[in-house]
Design a protein around this ligand. Structure first.
Ligand code: SIN
Length: 288
């Protein structure tokens, strides 16, 4: 069935709202291509009011590439054994055990799983239970952060790579199987260029991953820390960002290589449940 997709750009450095598509039904090729183009151009897409379950979430994600299963969580077992390719983001406890990851606190700015050699190129996140007006999620455009970087920062990171620590998630929880890192120079995780050429768009993007235990190769530790602080302060400025205020049944899809995201904390006794899939990256990231 052909659908009439409507794509409205948000009044921000990134983001588009997409209506006229029912993700519970097969998506035709023209609609899929229009979504793929908007994803590349606007980096974060919001599909409101999607009445879908896990099978449809997986089927929709597969339109854009192979699935990339979640990394190790703090509890050492998939949250949905029947769908290990889905990550559950939740603060809810059932029978004394968390049903998902990240709790109710802030999830700090990050991109997903950049601690592996080939990070996922995107993610799709379905909001199932949402505390009204809380737990907003923010996205920042790393093409814009690159293009508007002060000259002294551009010069300071030219040709440099950064260590992306695998130890902690964005809620500060240690992943199962890791031990505390006291010196970022010894952090376990992939090295990526600080400025990447995006494998699908060919555009140059600042690629930071996450701040904790990051280290810029070849610099003294103090110099690396100061430069990283300056880069993060630049990249997370409001003019590069957009805020998503959730409604239940929103589906978000983002470009993980050209954005950072963070989430506000929310009332711990409220229920917040989201299911997330990831789209596998094709190859190691190359320097711009
Ligand atoms: C995440 O993927 O980092 C979590 C986003 C959210 O909970 O809104």
């Amino acid at each position: 069935m052909t659908t009439t997709i409507k794509i409205e750009n948000m009044d921000a450095a990134l983001g588009a709202r997409i209506t006229g598509v029912d993700l519970a039904r097969p998506v035709d090729a023209a609609t899929r291509d229009a979504i793929a183009k908007a994803w590349r151009d606007r980096l974060i897409l919001v599909f409101p009011d999607q009445n879908i379950g896990d099978d449809e979430l997986i089927a929709f994600t597969r339109l854009f590439g192979d699935l990339d299963p979640p990394g190790p969580n703090p509890y050492g077992a998939p949250f949905l054994p029947e769908h290990p390719e889905i990550n559950v983001i939740s603060n809810v406890m059932e029978n004394g055990k968390p049903i998902g990851n990240l709790g109710a606190g802030e999830a700090i700015w990050h991109a997903d799983m950049t601690y592996i050699d080939v990070p996922p190129m995107g993610a799709v996140l379905l909001g199932l239970e949402i505390p009204k007006g809380e737990g907003n999620t923010y996205f920042a455009n790393m093409y814009a952060a690159h293009d508007e970087m002060p000259a002294h920062l551009t010069a300071a990171i030219k040709g440099r790579t950064c260590v992306h620590d695998a130890t902690y998630n964005s809620a500060g929880m240690m992943r199962k199987g890791y031990k505390e890192v006291t010196d970022p120079r010894e952090a376990p995780g992939a090295r990526h260029p600080l400025v990447i050429r995006h494998p699908y768009t060919g555009r140059d993007a600042l690629f930071l991953g996450r701040r904790r235990n990051a280290y810029i190769s070849g610099l003294g530790l103090a110099e690396s820390e100061a430069l990283l602080d300056a880069l993060w302060a630049h990249a997370t400025q409001p003019q590069f960002a957009v805020t998503h205020v959730w409604n239940e049944r929103d589906v978000l899809m983002w470009d993980n290589l050209a954005t950072l995201h963070r989430r506000d904390g929310f009332t711990p006794t409220a229920r917040r449940v989201l299911h997330r899939t990831q789209i596998k990256g094709a190859r190691a990231l190359e320097a711009a």
